[in-house]
Structure formats: C-alpha cells, structure tokens
Write a protein that binds this ligand. Structure first.
Ligand SMILES: [Zn+2]
Ligand SMILES: [Zn+2]
Length: 395
C-alpha cells in the first residue's frame, strides 16, 4: 500500500540548500563529535544489533537521536514528477558533517561521518588516496534499514562462504582470513505506480483432430492431434505497483543484489544521520529517472503476465500493450551490506552479506590447478572402473 501522509504530519527536515554552486572545498580538519557521549564526551556510533547509539569507550547507550520536531516521522513517498527535473533546493547532504571520497579505481563515491576515515574502497579494494571533502548534496534518503548483523558475524560468514568453495584458490582463502569486510549502506530507489494498460492480442483455444497414418506393420492407424484456433482479444488490465525496488548502485552486479533479497522493507526507519555513524554510504550512481525506466521494465514483465491471464484460453499472443502510469511516487532508501572486495590476478572479486538477514552472495576465482586435478582424478576413476569390470568380465 502507498504510505499516505497528510498535512498534519511533520515533514522530514532537510538542511538548507548550499548557497554557492562552486565545488565543496577539501576539509583539512573535519568537524568532530557529531554524536557526543553524554557520559564521557567521546563519539558515539550506531550499535548493531541493539539499533541504538553506543559509546565505544564507556559503553553508554542511548536511542538514535531524531532530527524531526515532535518525534517520529513517517517515511515519506515523494511525487516522482516533482523530482525528475531536480532543482537544487530539493537536494540535501546526508548530514551536516558528512564527508565523501571518490575511488579512482572504480569511480564509486563513498560518504561517511567523521571521525571515520576512508581506507580501502569497499567495492574494489583499491587504496583510497583522494582527500575527503564535504559531501555534495543529493536527493536525501527517506528511509534506512539499520545494520542488524554485526561485523564479526559478517566476516565469519564470508570466511565460511569462501572456505566451503573447494575450487577457490588457496591464496584467496588466505586473503579471506584477514578481515577486510566493510559496512556500507547501498543506495536504492523504490517506485510506486498505478498502471492502466490497454492491450490487443489473440486467445488460442485447443481442439483435436483425428489424423490417419500407416503404422510400422502396414496397418492404417489413427491418432488425436492438438490444433489451436485463434480469436482476437483486447481489453484493459489495472495494477498498482508498490515499492518496486531498483538498486541505484552499479558497483555491484545487479543479479547479485537481487539475490540478496528479501530485505524486509517493513522494518524501514525514517532516515537519520546517526545511522551513518561508524558506517559508510554509497552515493547513488543510477539517477532517479534512469531508475524509473528500469522499474518500468520490471512492471512491464508483470503487466505482460496479467495481460496473458486476462486473455485466457490455452495460449495467448500479445500484440500491443499501452500503459498509462499515474500516482507515481518514489523513495530513496539506504540498505545495509558488508562487502569484502579483493583482487586476485588483476581481477576484482566481491563477497557481500545482507546485513539484515546474513545472506551471503559472492563470486570467487576458480583454481585452474584444482579443477585440472579433479578432472584427472575423475578420468582415473573411470579408467580404473573400466579396467576392473573388463577384468572381471573376462574371467
Ligand atoms: Zn562514553
Ligand atoms: Zn573502488
């Protein structure tokens, strides 16, 4: 269902738009202490899996601070039309103190909250050499799924995943033993749309005809043959799409991100900068409008199957579908993953953990040597079986 919001509900506060269009300056001394501990004054970070803020020094805990006047905000759906031409006043920074760096290796832009510093790129493993600068404004996220799985659990899952891949090179297994996974919020868009689709096509109905033929023994025999009679069909199908999820990151292959689902979007929280503390967030690489075209493809596949259902019969032909989209809304979401990226023989391999469910997806190189050995061993076994059965057969 679309999340409705009324004028009575408090809007999500966004910082004022930047006053200049010039590129943000490099920050020599990043501002600190965004979330000071009430007990000792140190920087608090988001704590998994309690979902609150925790001081790493004295252990003091408190709830995630909310920036919305009057308490809890609702996650807002935004009208798509208003945002496809993005005006600067629509943009905001992830937080007032967020910094960002762009990886020269893979082009990903990573945002983070001081005092965290940029180390290796979570997507390609390259050392980040660029100086962090003030984060550029972006279409601020409405919702976030907070990290739930701890870093420790995630690295254990990654190591287990690699160690159970028998054909992975040993060098890789040794690399995996060094814990290098990083917690990153990935950018996603979700789209809602009411679709009304007019279609034209044909309905095929099966019928049977008796066919006569000459059998192998020269006798005349008969059989039933299925035929299809076609009737023209046209009509309308209506469907409301809720939260069609499109990854706005191209640093991870799309099928791998799809395989990390389900995310459990029912647990989304209104975005607060505090969720970023201790983690990184990737800046979206796929724009709102390109993402919408990708969402339309997802919707088109579903509409096509609805059209076929509507046509009915035994077979269907769809000649044309003309869809009208209305009530278009979107949300920008941040979803949590741990990523371990490593290089092996000049190539990049990623293992990713859904930081809500613990689901692991990844790719790894294959050891040519191990596979060759396995194939040779297999051939040897076949040869041995052949040798011994032949031997026993001749006795
Ligand atoms: Zn403290
Ligand atoms: Zn990179």
């Amino acid at each position: 269902m679309p999340q409705s919001f009324t004028d009575n509900e408090p809007p999500i506060l966004t910082p004022p738009p930047p006053t200049t269009a010039s590129p943000p300056p490099v920050v020599p001394n990043p501002p600190r202490n965004r979330f000071p501990c009430a007990s000792c004054g140190a920087d608090m970070t988001f704590d998994t899996p309690t979902g609150g803020m925790k001081c790493p020094y004295c252990g003091y805990m408190e709830a995630v601070p909310t920036s919305v006047v009057g308490g809890l905000a609702q996650i807002e759906e935004r009208p798509l039309e208003d945002y496809l031409q993005i005006a600067p006043e629509r943009l905001a920074k992830l937080s007032a103190t967020a910094l960002e760096v762009t990886c020269t290796g893979c082009g990903s832009t990573i945002e983070f909250e001081p005092p965290k510093v940029a180390g290796d790129c979570p997507f390609c493993g390259a050392k980040i050499v660029a100086q962090p600068r003030e984060a550029d404004p972006l279409l601020a996220p409405e919702g976030v799924l907070p990290f739930f799985i701890t870093q420790k659990t995630a690295s254990a899952s990654i190591q287990k995943w690699i160690s159970t891949r028998w054909f992975a090179p040993n060098a890789l297994k040794r690399q995996a033993e060094q814990d290098k996974s990083q917690g990153v919020y990935l950018p996603f868009w979700t789209y809602d749309a009411q679709t009304d689709s007019r279609y034209r096509g044909e309905r095929g109905e099966h019928y049977y005809e008796t066919e006569y033929y000459t059998g192998s023994d020269g006798k005349r025999e008969s059989r039933q043959v299925q035929k299809t009679r076609w009737y023209s069909a046209s009509g309308m199908v209506h469907h409301f799409f809720d939260d069609v999820l499109i990854a706005a990151s191209s640093s991870i292959p799309r099928q791998r991100l799809d395989a990390l689902e389900p995310w459990g979007l029912g647990d989304l929280k209104p975005y607060e900068p505090a969720y970023l503390s201790g983690f990184q967030a990737q800046r979206y690489q796929i724009s709102l409008s390109v993402g919408f075209n990708m969402a339309k493809e997802v919707m088109a596949a579903r509409i096509h199957s609805l059209v076929r259902q509507d046509i009915g019969g035994d077979e269907q032909r769809v000649h044309s579908v003309d869809t009208n989209y209305s009530a278009l809304t979107f949300k920008h979401l941040l979803l949590p993953v741990y990523i371990s990226a490593y290089r092996y023989q000049g190539k990049i391999f990623q293992v990713i953990v859904n930081a809500r469910t613990g689901e692991v997806q990844g790719e790894r190189p294959y050891s040519v040597w191990k596979i060759t050995f396995a194939v040779l061993l297999g051939l040897l076994i076949i040869a041995a079986i052949y040798y011994f059965t032949k031997d026993s057969g001749s006795q």
